[in-house]
Ligand binder design. Structure first.
Ligand SMILES: Cc1cc2nc3c(=O)[nH]c(=O)nc-3n(C[C@H](O)[C@H](O)[C@H](O)COP(=O)(O)OP(=O)(O)OC[C@H]3O[C@@H](n4cnc5c(N)ncnc54)[C@H](O)[C@@H]3O)c2cc1C
Length: 337
């Protein structure tokens, strides 16, 4: 996504796992302290839970914003973070963390390896993977007409599109792609939507063909989506509709997954134990945001606390990387950026 700045020996000062609010703000602070930083996230877009679970909801408890749409907060965070041009590795899941003899850390991902002098884990509730339907025949259509997210709207231009789901993403994408696609059908298994009421009203007033109590039975075609068989779950009656593309937005599964096997001291199965500097038990490895907790203190899993923890972590990481230096970064208002 972008080139890095800082030292030039290829090794990062800080690798951040997770591009949710804590990871993004951590990357901003690392940039402010002129550290060479990268962010790795399993999702295809930054924003963590805000982007994946509630992009269209308003948030009321972020300092400085009386009310902010989740998606807009992510946009501003990304803008703030990208001023330092950190390396962004999206769609990449970290599977292994090993501390080397020289104190550096190697991260193994599903795409390769990353090397860093320190690591900040901002993994939230874990890596998200899209929920899929159990149909084995769907695999052949994945990214060949069958999608779980939308990366590029233009590929739907002139297409007959079927959107499956009843949450924010389904409603949002049906509306967003209405002007690109030839025809959009949205099916949902219930008559109640889990989306922003304003968007549902917009959907009902749009040209999107909405079919409630309908589910997807199968996809037809020869390796390329050509039709979809849908059924009314009240009568079981099936209908075959000609479509070129299907977007399944059924939500996400979250799983801390491999993080539990990295030798980190955990609190239960859900939290990485940290101290007041956000340090874990592994030297050079820190954690912040929803994934971190202090022993004996009830964690407050909020965006505001994640920001503060990321700020604390990165400034003490700076001190870890520069022994003898002050952790306190000074005031940004006194810098010329
Ligand atoms: C519906 C809903 C509404 C909410 N409303 C509010 C609210 O109004 N106010 C508020 O303060 N908070 C709210 N929250 C909570 C808030 O979203 C979380 O506190 C916040 O997202 C935590 O940020 P984070 O950066 O720690 O983690 P996350 O946002 O969970 O981001 C973690 C990121 O790490 C990535 N990741 C995890 N493991 C790996 C791995 N192994 N490799 C690569 N990437 C990995 C994930 O893909 C994810 O993108 C809400 C939460 C939900 C679900």
């Amino acid at each position: 996504m972008s080139e890095a700045h800082g030292n030039s020996n290829g090794i990062m000062d800080i690798s951040i796992i997770g591009a949710g609010p804590a990871g993004l703000f951590g990357a901003f602070y690392a940039g402010l302290r002129e550290l060479k930083v990268e962010v790795i996230d399993a999702l295809d877009e930054p924003g963590g839970q805000l982007a994946a679970l509630y992009p269209e909801k308003y948030i009321y408890d972020v300092p400085g914003y009386p009310k902010v749409l989740s998606r807009d907060l992510v946009k501003h965070l990304v803008e703030q973070t990208m001023m330092w041009k950190p390396q962004m590795h999206l769609g990449e899941r970290v599977q292994k963390l090993n501390r080397n003899e020289d104190g550096t850390i190697t991260l193994g991902t599903d795409k390769g390896e990353h090397h860093a002098r320190s690591v900040l884990i901002c993994g939230g509730v874990g890596a998200f993977t899209p929920k899929k339907l159990p149909n084995p025949e769907f695999t052949q259509y994945e990214n060949n007409g069958l999608f779980y997210s939308v990366k590029e709207k233009s590929i739907f231009r002139g297409k007959n599109l079927l959107v499956v789901g009843g949450g924010d993403s389904a409603v949002d994408w049906a509306l967003n792609l209405e002007d690109y696609a030839k025809h959009v059908t949205l099916i949902h298994r219930r008559d109640g939507f889990r989306a922003l009421q304003k968007s549902v009203t917009e959907l009902m007033n749009s040209d999107v063909e909405v079919k409630v109590f309908y589910e997807l039975k199968t996809i037809g075609g020869n390796g390329k989506v050509q039709s979809a068989t849908i059924f009314d779950n009240r009568t079981k009656q099936e209908t075959v509709i000609p479509v070129d593309a299907v977007i399944l937005t059924l939500g996400f599964n979250v799983d801390l997954g491999p993080i539990k096997d990295w030798g980190l001291e955990m609190l239960g199965t859900r939290y990485i134990k940290v101290n007041r500097r956000q340090e874990t038990n592994i030297p050079g490895v820190y954690a912040a945001g929803d994934i971190s907790a202090e022993e004996g203190i009830e964690p407050l899993n909020l965006i505001a606390t994640g920001f503060a923890q990321a700020c604390v972590a990165v400034n003490f990481m700076y001190q870890h990387l520069n022994p003898g230096a002050k952790a306190f970064p000074g005031h940004s208002s006194e810098k010329k950026l």
